[in-house]
Design a protein around this ligand. Structure first.
Ligand code: 6PG
Length: 467
């Protein structure tokens, strides 16, 4: 009998199955797409079994069955559950490893519970390479069921610098997919921040692709030690197959998306979470398409004057800017997680979440260790910048962030997420935000009432109207 089963054998499913097998567990693989099973069958051995029917697959697994569903999110997952249900036994464990919407995972968790089946919604990050050699895994659902699959998941997950596996129980119901959704929102935010700093280096500091590649590589070994620094450097260095140029200069500047970052924003709005960097990152992807269409239609660009008055240490200022802006993206993600935990009554484990992201995933960086520390020893900061390390970082790097936005404004380079990060930091602990004016206006036109800063109670003013 096989110890683990995988449904869906396209690259992610196949690589995860191979990863399980490579760690000494026996695994069965099944797909409704026969050529995928044929390709999988090439790896067949005493620990790896290709299956061509639902029955053959389910019957090959030891009980309680542990089945990872690694297919396209949405309807296909519901269809797979309907196919599986009559073949399963009470106590079996299903894991959805796709990028499912957490609302769907909440629903599926409760539907499966009625049939005595444990359902684990699990975020998987790290792409194809991660799936094979160590992904970051974010499982949520029934904790007892998680414990039964933990030995396999811990074996296949990426390991952080201390050798701990990047997988642990995230929380009940759809919490695992919720955490993955926030991971992806942060991913959108940080990717856009990197893109803006690239834009500043290119159009303000006038650096060449190779120079920029070196700068990001240096940051990766210092100020911003992060997977996204590493790949940004590599993307900049890559030569084109079709021309003599660098490929980056021929990639069309229109950003695509499958939308998981957008979902974070939707829920952030529902919760009232000020996730401005994520919002601007999502909008920037929309904007890239609109701008492209405008250019195609021949709409004349607005040009700005060249700025000749640049300081010598500009690149260093940009590095510190990126370091702080990255911290803001994480802070906003953790802020939304904190609000979601309260609103959905989930015991989310922030320290584990930070630790889970330290290796294997797209947003992995050295800073996640500092975030883990901020949530260690029972500390529960309402906001990451309450923590001493992040407060000091903000105080140290804020002048650089201000300068970067200032130079960008002078030259006419848009910095939606860097500006959002700056405004967030200028706002978050500010006792003098002008919301008193909003309240005055609301009370003026709608008698919506307001609170006062000098006494308790709800107040309304009979506003003076000019005759
Ligand atoms: C990961 C990624 C991955 C995501 C891609 C594409 O953690 O490995 O988040 O799950 O699907 O990054 O996302 P977009 O197409 O929305 O950019």
């Amino acid at each position: 009998m096989q110890q683990f089963g995988v449904i869906g054998l396209s690259v992610m499913g196949k690589n995860l199955a191979l990863n399980v097998r490579n760690h000494g567990f026996s695994v069965s693989g099944f797909s409704i797409d026969k050529p995928e099973v044929d390709a999988f069958a090439k790896y067949e051995d005493d620990k790896l079994k290709p299956c061509y029917t639902w029955e053959e697959f389910v019957n090959s697994l030891e009980k309680p069955r542990k089945i990872l569903i690694q297919i396209m999110a949405g309807d296909p997952v519901d269809q797979t559950l309907q196919k599986l249900l009559p073949l399963l036994d009470k106590g079996d464990i299903l894991i959805d490893g796709g990028n499912s919407n957490y609302h769907d995972t909440n629903r599926r968790y409760h539907e499966m519970e009625k049939h005595g089946i444990h359902f684990i919604g699990m975020g998987v990050s790290g792409g194809e390479e991660g799936a094979l050699n160590g992904p970051a895994l974010m499982p949520g659902g029934d904790e007892e069921a998680y414990k039964k699959v933990a030995p396999i998941l811990e074996a296949i997950a990426a390991k952080n610098k201390e050798g701990q596996p990047c997988v642990s129980y995230m929380g009940p119901e759809g919490a695992g997919h919720y955490v993955k959704m926030v991971h992806n929102g942060i991913e959108y935010g940080i990717m856009q921040e990197f893109s803006e700093v690239y834009n500043l280096l290119r159009d303000v500091a006038r650096k060449s692709d190779d120079e920029m590649s070196k700068i990001f590589d240096e940051w990766n070994h210092g100020l911003v030690e992060a997977y996204l620094s590493e790949i940004t450097s590599k993307v900049l260095a890559q030569k084109d197959d079709l021309t003599k140029d660098h490929v980056i200069d021929h990639i069309l500047n229109v950003a695509s998306y499958k939308g998981t970052g957008n979902w974070m924003l939707e829920d952030g709005v529902a919760l009232g979470a000020p996730v401005t960097v994520i919002g601007e990152a999502v909008m920037a992807r929309f904007m890239s398409k609109q701008a492209h269409m405008a250019v195609k239609k021949g709409i004349k660009p607005i040009t700005f004057e060249e700025n000749s008055d640049l300081p010598d240490n500009l690149v260093d200022e940009f590095g510190k800017t990126l370091q702080l802006a990255q911290a803001v993206a994480y802070a906003q993600g953790f802020q939304q997680l904190t609000m979601a935990a309260e609103a959905y009554n989930w015991d989310l484990r922030f320290k584990s979440i930070a630790q889970n992201w330290e290796a294997g995933c797209i947003i992995r960086s050295a800073m996640l260790k500092d975030i883990e520390n901020a949530y260690s020893d029972g500390k529960k900061p309402m906001n990451l910048f309450q923590d001493e390390y992040f407060r000091n970082l903000a105080e140290k790097n804020l002048p650089s962030l201000r300068k970067s936005v200032e130079f960008a404004t002078k030259v006419g380079v848009p910095t939606p997420t860097l500006s959002a990060a700056l405004n967030y930091l200028e706002s978050i602990f500010n006792p003098n935000l002008p919301a008193n004016m909003i309240q005055g206006q609301r009370d003026y036109f709608g008698a919506h009432t307001y609170l006062r800063n000098d006494r308790e109670g709800t107040f309304h003013t009979e506003w003076y109207e000019e005759k």
